[in-house]
Design a protein around this ligand. Structure first.
Ligand SMILES: [Zn+2]
Length: 229
């Protein structure tokens, strides 16, 4: 039977080893092209091997590996070594790709570096929803290459019919435009699966070397209830 995200551990990246934290920069602010600040993801799926990524179905047709393909512009540790880490929003991104596939009745192809890429990737100069695993660069749908204004606009419109809040970049050759793919994005989506605990962010943000001693002790609320029960 195929694996799903339910088979992947969810990790709090603030608790990962320093070497990984320095690359993923969980909960740090990063500016977009216009100077607006966005907080990077904190909770990630842990992927233990490339074969697991290839076998794992995010939705009936979208495999995790399709959204993880990067080239040598990614940090070597995140490109070559496992485990890999991918923000939990990736499952919602897959859902919109799956729905687009169903709507058009044809496979949807995501470009290399066009799914999740880390803040350490050399294309990650500015904040982009790709760093949140909340954007996909689609270069082909069925037999249609998305390298013309009409094809980019056609599939952008179809994606917005599925979800009006989907952001698509306009066709063009300038920064913030695309001429060889459709950039489809859900925004700076921070997914926090049920069961995750968001305490401790304030201790670590801006200080990657900090530890989280407060999380190692029971919270005051737990202590109080233990005394009174
Ligand atoms: Zn893009």
């Amino acid at each position: 039977m195929n694996q799903t995200t339910r088979d992947l551990p969810v990790v709090d990246a603030l608790r990962l080893p320093e070497e990984i934290r320095a690359l993923l920069r969980p909960d740090e602010l990063l500016a977009d092209r216009a100077g607006r600040q966005h907080r990077l993801p904190r909770f990630f799926y842990e992927v233990r091997s490339w074969s697991q990524a290839k076998e794992l179905l995010l939705t009936p047709h979208v495999r995790l590996s399709e959204l993880l393909i990067v080239d040598s512009r990614e940090a070597p540790r995140l490109l070559e070594d496992f485990p890999h880490y991918v923000p939990c929003a990736v499952s919602l991104l897959a859902r919109i790709i799956e729905d687009l596939r169903a709507k058009v009745g044809a496979p949807v192809f995501v470009a290399a570096n066009g799914g999740y890429r880390s803040p350490a990737h050399r294309l990650s100069v500015h904040a982009s929803p790709h760093l949140w695993a909340a954007a996909a660069d689609i270069y082909r749908v069925g037999d249609t290459w998305l390298n013309t204004q009409s094809s980019v606009e056609k599939y952008g419109t179809l994606a917005r019919e599925l979800l009006p809040d989907v952001n698509v970049l306009p066709f063009g050759h300038q920064p913030g435009e695309t001429d060889d793919h459709l950039h489809l994005a859900l925004g700076y989506l921070r997914a926090v699966p049920a069961g995750c605990d968001e305490r401790g962010s304030e201790l670590n943000s801006g200080n990657p070397g900090a530890t989280l001693p407060a999380l190692l002790a029971p919270s005051p609320f737990e202590s109080a209830s233990a005394q009174t029960s």
